[in-house]
Design a protein around this ligand. Structure first.
Ligand SMILES: NC(=O)c1ccc[n+]([C@@H]2O[C@H](COP(=O)([O-])OP(=O)(O)OC[C@H]3O[C@@H](n4cnc5c(N)ncnc54)[C@H](OP(=O)(O)O)[C@@H]3O)[C@@H](O)[C@H]2O)c1
Length: 255
């Protein structure tokens, strides 16, 4: 059942959309000339980003469906090393829509402290991209290369350098899956174009962090609601830069 929500917007039921319709809803802007950064998080109602240290306790079938679709629309999955280690990341399974291969996982790590025997390297059909610097121990970088990672030493891991490297590779449909430290950096660099936020209908309290951490930026940045879906009590929200900001096409501009 559809319910009117706010003028010109509707809260739609996820189950009303088949996979093709859902892909249209979440389509990236076309003809990107620079990386478009979509960030995806799930949070409890009281702002917790994890339960017992992992995000799995916040998950739902609805969230998993959208998570999977977002990966299929992306050209690269960008993620911080803390999330890779905590969540025991492996490669994306399904090919990007319109391509033969899944999006590579691009990991930001200052330390290059990633296990060469972890699923990131052993359970993937495309090599992960490890974005680090020469300040990371050379032996770790060597081991990751030997294990099949595409290790890139950047001058800095600031968002402009990370996104510049993805741009150079023409990986412009970026899906950032967190975590909070990497997201905080992106927010401060004004590099977040879109936030997909799933609100899980749970109150968890505790000391878990929020979806963006680190030093506060100069000013809070306004975002515009561009979509809202629900599945039972789960709310799947999508916010983007206000129209006209940085003269980017907006997600809803796609035919
Ligand atoms: N609810 C959700 O949707 C969701 C999503 C993602 C993660 N999480 C949760 O978030 C927690 C992890 O949080 P986190 O903040 O540690 O995650 P994170 O942002 O994934 O990882 C932080 C690590 O990434 C590297 N990093 C990121 N930006 C960097 C930069 N600019 N320069 C150098 N290194 C950089 C560093 O790795 P090195 O230490 O290797 O240098 C840093 O320690 C876990 O509990 C996870 O379950 C939840």
């Amino acid at each position: 059942m559809r319910q009117p929500w706010t003028t010109g917007r509707e809260l739609r039921e996820l189950d009303d959309l088949d996979d093709q319709a859902l892909a249209r809803v979440y389509a990236y802007p076309q003809d990107l000339t620079r990386p478009y950064v979509r960030v995806n998080f799930v949070s409890s109602l009281d702002g917790s980003v994890s339960v017992d240290g992992r995000s799995g306790g916040l998950g739902s079938a609805a969230d998993k469906r959208v998570f999977g679709l977002l990966r299929r629309l992306a050209e690269v999955v960008l993620v911080g090393a803390g999330t890779v280690r905590t969540e025991d990341y492996r490669g994306a399974r399904r090919a990007t829509i319109g391509r033969d291969t899944p999006p590579p996982i691009a990991v930001v790590t200052g330390s290059a402290d990633l296990d060469p025997h972890s699923r990131l390297l052993t359970d993937t059909s495309v090599p992960p991209i490890v974005l680090t610097t020469t300040a990371a121990p050379a032996q770790r970088r060597r081991r990751l290369r030997a294990a099949g990672a595409d290790v890139v030493e950047l001058p800095t891991l600031a968002p402009h350098a990370v996104l510049g490297e993805l741009d150079r590779r023409e990986l412009r449909r970026v899906l950032c899956e967190g975590g909070p430290r990497l997201h905080g950096d992106l927010v401060n660099a004004d590099a977040v174009d879109e936030l997909c936020l799933t609100l899980s209908p749970l109150l968890v309290a505790g000391h878990a962090g929020r979806i963006a951490t680190g030093p506060a930026g100069p000013d809070p940045r306004p975002m515009t609601l561009v979509g809202a879906l629900h599945a039972d009590d789960v709310l799947l929200l999508r916010y983007a830069r206000p129209r006209g900001d940085r003269s980017l096409p907006q997600p809803g501009d796609n035919p």
